[in-house]
Design a protein around this ligand. Structure first.
Ligand SMILES: [Zn+2]
Length: 397
């Protein structure tokens, strides 16, 4: 934010902490671990009933975030045309569950093309190297081509991706090139101006906000790195029959745990897990633990958090990074080249005066903040409104 008003601060949308679940590795009807390690005794099939149970949980708790779909699992077939061994009717059913029940809250991304060996992006013939090793030696043009193919396959399968997930640490050595390639591919294939990617985690910093990596105000385009604040997948070892330790995330009274610490520090809370960790080789222990986590979050944070889709977190990060504030007397002019729903600002309060937006009084609220409302908080005021172009916030008696 550029401002001549150091007293004004950006708060999270509606003054609630964004909470975002990142689900890695889903493939239609198969256990990603079986694809990756066919000889390790993992259950092969994940029935569509499991995807329905996950969708039930998302709908019940309003869970939002991102959901990967690997376009060409193990470089064998493609999700828009058919996968060897998976009946077409089951493949179509999986895609339908994702499209209609998961994608409304969980933004879809490829997790590059195969999550296995790299392929020639034109023929999809497997190459010798794993995708991460291959990608580390590519330039922006070939990476854009590769990512574009992944996005185009998902679109052809009826999904609308708006971000990209790295398998392993793909892209870490060439992150600036990788980021430009993601942004170009999202724009060219999906018409997405503000996108996101998931590559890093940070289990140590007290506050872990999304990071704006590319910002082009003239073309109104941007790219954001979404960073989970917990360094590992808490449900991973359910695949070996272990019970997850929810207290490491948030204790039942909400006072302890890494996610509780982030929440109390005012940080967004993003958490990564895997499709195979929720499936837990058929026991569903991971999914049950996720439900326990959702219940603890809801119980302890009630109306002070908001499940937030990946694209919304990215859009808010980019729009607020580009916001300009100019003040003149009792009027603050706020503008951004990026649309910003639920822009929430904290500013010094004027006793006896009411906040107006473009000359119309904002609604005063003592409770939940929504677009078009403001409330007093001691000697501060917190206002929430949608920003498109520019608006004027003013105090009037
Ligand atoms: Zn993965």
């Amino acid at each position: 934010m550029r401002t001549d008003q150091p007293e004004v601060r950006v708060r999270w949308p509606t003054d609630r902490i964004p909470v975002c679940l990142l689900v890695d590795d889903p493939v239609p009807c198969r256990n990603p671990m079986w694809y990756e390690f066919p000889d390790q005794g993992h259950v092969e099939e994940i029935p569509n009933g499991f995807a329905e149970s996950f969708a039930d949980l998302c709908e019940q708790y309003g869970v939002a975030g991102k959901f990967s779909v690997i376009p060409c699992p193990r470089a064998e077939g493609r999700v828009d045309e058919g996968l060897p061994g998976v009946p077409d009717s089951e493949l179509r059913e999986f895609l339908c569950i994702v499209r209609e029940r998961i994608a409304p809250r969980m933004d879809v991304s490829p997790e590059l093309l195969t999550h296995n060996r790299a392929v020639d992006p034109d023929t999809l013939e497997p190459l010798e190297e794993r995708e991460d090793a291959w990608a580390a030696r590519q330039d922006e043009r070939t990476l854009t081509r590769y990512i574009s193919t992944a996005l185009a396959i998902l679109r052809s399968a009826g999904l609308e991706p708006n971000g990209v997930t790295s398998p392993w640490a793909l892209g870490a050595e060439i992150e600036d090139v990788y980021a430009r390639a993601i942004s170009a591919a999202l724009w060219e294939v999906c018409g997405v101006r503000v996108g996101w990617y998931f590559l890093h985690a940070d289990g140590a910093s007290p506050v872990v906000p999304p990071r704006v990596v590319l910002l082009n105000e003239r073309e109104r385009r941007g790219l954001v790195s979404l960073i989970p604040g917990f360094g590992r997948d808490p449900f991973w070892r359910t695949q070996q029959g272990e019970e997850p330790q929810l207290d490491d995330l948030i204790s039942s009274d909400g006072s302890r745990g890494r996610l509780a610490d982030l929440f109390h520090a005012g940080s967004p809370v993003a958490l990564c897990t895997h499709w195979q960790s929720l499936f837990s080789n058929g026991t569903g222990t991971g999914l049950a633990a996720l439900e326990g986590l959702c219940a603890r979050i809801e119980h302890n944070w009630s109306d002070r958090f908001r499940w937030t889709p990946a694209r919304e977190l990215a859009q808010y990060a980019v729009a607020t990074a580009a916001v300009r504030l100019e003040s003149e007397g009792d009027v603050i002019r706020i503008s951004s080249p990026f649309e910003c729903p639920r822009l929430t600002l904290e500013l010094p309060s004027r006793p006896g005066a009411r906040l107006h937006l473009d000359g119309t009084p904002l609604e005063v609220t003592g409770g939940a903040l929504e677009e078009g409302c403001w409330r007093r908080d001691g000697d501060r005021a917190i206002a929430c409104f949608g920003l498109e172009g520019s608006v004027e916030l003013s105090w009037r008696t």
